[in-house]
Design a protein. Structure first.
Length: 334
């Protein structure tokens, strides 16, 4: 048996773009191998797309790397700019918006003509897998700004490719259908990469760890940066018993999610000194669609529960008691 597959996967390959910090493309260009594509891992980067929108508007993928299990995509959805960062299929972070005052809901799509889309990301390094802040702008105007806690530390894709003007294989997001060809014109696409915020020693140690343990879902550090914690998740879901109870199932029904977590603790030299496991259970409501993780989210769930009950009572022609509904929603959600 050959157990060196992960070691071979993370070993750097000969590349025509090694050491380059700026890349320029024009027009559609799909299926570029990962080794010849700009790597945005563990560094600052800026993606600039100069496009032309035809009469009638445009939609489609401008640039993407990876797919369902990790990657990113810059595209127009119904004419509105979107940047998605897929963190190993655990969470998808979206920067998006239309133009105008109420740009998220009622904002207008890009008008016909030339436009410049820029996604700028500042990495919170040094070290692998840190978070950062991304800003999406169109024609010099900020559309969205968001800070994320983690990024993919290495190996963004195994069997996907870097695509310009369409998306091949699997999508990074479920909001569009492949191949999602761009219906405008990509006049110029530019990537500018900052310095890699990992030393050669850190890269080697990381490659060795990934070869042994696999790609982590999260990487965290102690305050002094000397120790790191790699986290792996196993998630199992099952139907909530309340889902089968008439009326009450409207509020308390949903799925139970059990997450098993495995933590590996490494010292400053990359040596494993402790391992820990734990479990966390969340009740996820079917129609609210969010986990009970924070008080803010619980408040949102309560409000949604009350609104749902009111809607059902009106549909059945029965009186609605808001105070009682709030009490039931608080009990069901909390």
């Amino acid at each position: 048996m050959d157990n060196s597959v992960l070691t071979r996967l993370v070993t750097p390959r000969p590349s025509a773009v090694a050491g380059r910090t700026e890349f320029t493309y024009s027009g559609p260009n799909a299926n570029i191998p990962v080794g010849n594509a700009p790597s945005i891992l563990d560094k600052d980067y800026t993606i600039t797309a100069e496009i032309t929108v035809p009469k009638g508007g445009a939609e489609g993928m401008i640039a993407t790397m990876g797919g369902r299990f990790g990657g990113y995509g810059l595209y127009l959805l119904k004419g509105k700019p979107v940047f998605v960062y897929n963190l190993l299929d655990l969470e998808r972070y979206r920067w998006e918006g239309g133009l105008g005052a109420a740009r998220d809901l009622l904002g207008k799509p890009l008008a016909p003509g030339k436009h410049t889309l820029v996604f700028d990301f500042k990495y919170d390094g040094p070290g692998p897998g840190k978070g950062g802040t991304g800003v999406l702008t169109v024609d010099g105007k900020e559309l969205a700004k968001k800070t994320i806690p983690h990024t993919i530390p290495m190996l963004m894709s195994i069997d996907e490719s870097f695509d310009i003007g369409s998306d091949t294989r699997t999508g990074v997001d479920d909001s569009y259908t492949l191949p999602f060809r761009f219906t405008g014109t990509i006049d110029k696409l530019t990537y500018k990469l900052g310095p890699d915020q990992m030393t050669a020693e850190e890269k080697k140690a990381l490659e060795e760890r990934v070869a042994i343990f696999g790609q982590p879902h999260e990487v965290d550090y102690s305050q002094d940066g000397a120790q790191s914690v790699w986290t792996y998740y196993k998630i199992e879901t099952s139907m909530n018993a309340w889902s089968y109870v008439p009326y009450l199932g409207l509020i308390a029904g949903g799925t139970n999610e059990e997450k098993t977590q495995v933590y590996f603790f490494f010292d400053s030299g990359g040596k494993l000194f402790r391992m820990q496991t734990g479990k966390a259970s969340d009740s996820i409501n079917n129609w609210v669609g969010i986990a009970k993780e924070t008080s803010h989210r619980r408040q949102e769930a309560r409000r949604a529960a009350v609104a749902r009950v009111e809607q059902e009572m009106q549909r059945m022609g029965k009186p609605f008691d808001r105070k009682r509904a709030k009490q039931v929603a608080t009990w069901a959600v909390d």
